[in-house]
Design a protein around this ligand. Structure first.
Ligand code: ZN
Length: 249
């Protein structure tokens, strides 16, 4: 990427806002044994942090999926994070309760609704980053550049700020040709990709890391090419060595 004009991407220092708790509504789906508190605790070792958007935008998406209902409160309570719903975090947070929170989304609703909620949270996160973390001149420059250059520039900026959405995960990109019209990004050790607790159980299909996919799609669609679409082609939660996302346009 050319140096200069580095977008200040996703620094996430002073976020606020979140969903509101409400009254009961959406029926509860049978619990899916996705990840137990014990596995998620992984308490020993250094604390890795992730940006608060993974919490605050999820709260908004849950509230939007169940207006006036108690879905957000149930999910946050199950993850032991109810305080975050009352007082949305404004700084980087421990990634472990965030992983628990995202896992609880799967445990509290049918798979299609869980996917829709996580996608919505990803879109909201992308929109927040666009509005608050990328200066207007950088946005204008990226939109004016040919996609191949905007892609390089945005990807470099994302790599520099990967710690805000990857936590302890390792962000990398795969080489693609200049004419490939695609970008492949890889998240090794994605802390939000938790394998199901009982791998032998017949679990319903899971949507994978749609929160991450939607964040990438929102950014690339707005700044690189309007037709950009992201999908996860391999997921650590399914046993892959890393989560791999393909963004094409
Ligand atoms: Zn994944």
């Amino acid at each position: 990427m050319p140096d200069g004009v580095p977008p200040t991407l996703a620094r996430e220092a002073d976020l606020s806002g979140g969903g509101a708790p409400g009254a009961p509504a959406i029926p509860r789906a049978p619990a899916i044994p996705r990840a137990s508190a014990a596995r998620l605790a992984r308490a020993e070792g250094p604390i890795h942090r992730i940006g608060p958007n993974a919490v605050t935008r999820l709260a908004e998406a849950l509230a939007a999926a169940d207006p006036g209902g108690g879905l957000a409160a149930r999910v946050f309570a199950a993850a032991g994070c109810l305080d975050w719903l009352v007082e949305p975090p404004g700084a980087m947070v421990d990634e472990r309760p965030v992983a628990r929170l995202h896992a609880e989304v799967h445990d509290h609703m049918p798979a299609p609704l869980a996917e829709a909620v996580l996608r919505d949270a990803g879109r909201r996160t992308g929109a927040y980053i666009l509005a608050h973390r990328i200066p207007a001149p950088a946005r204008a420059l990226l939109r004016a550049l040919p996609a191949v250059l905007a892609d390089r520039m945005l990807t470099a900026a994302i790599a520099r700020h990967a710690w805000t959405f990857a936590g302890s995960g390792r962000f990398a990109t795969e080489p693609t040709g200049a004419r490939a019209r695609r970008r492949v990004v890889v998240l090794g050790g994605n802390p939000l990709a938790l394998p199901p607790e009982d791998a032998a159980a017949a679990l319903p299909p899971r949507p994978g890391c749609v929160w991450h996919a939607e964040v990438f799609e929102t950014l690339y669609a707005r700044l690189v090419h309007p037709a950009a679409a992201a999908r996860e082609t391999a997921c650590a939660a399914d046993g892959a060595p890393a989560c791999r996302f393909e963004i094409t346009w």
